[in-house]
Design a protein around this ligand. Sequence first.
Ligand SMILES: [Mg+2]
Length: 122
Amino acid sequence: MAKTILIVDDAQTMRQMVGFTLKSRGYSVVEACDGKEALEKLKNGLNPDMIITDLNMPEMDGISFIKAVRGLTGKRYIPILMLTTESMEEKKREGQAAGATGWIVKPFTPEQLLKVVDMVMP
Ligand SMILES: [Mg+2]
């Protein structure tokens, strides 16, 4: 069965690019436009093999979302990758402290994305 990856980003173009890349590798993809929507999906039974989340988003940002996921029963060990920019050192540390597994620096190529995803996928 295909592994499922939840993509959380308020930028539709980014969700499309990441989604297209992951689907080309055979992953199944679920999208959410911010942390709040993603959290709802997880609470409603979605059980992805990995989560990739943006940090700057309306409603619920990435750091709050990561903290919330780690507080959910059964969601403690799902790998979570953050989408960051080079200048976001502070946010990277905050994200790791919140329970993120790693990060991908924007902008990135499909090949770079798949390399990190394959490395972290359980
Ligand atoms: Mg954003």
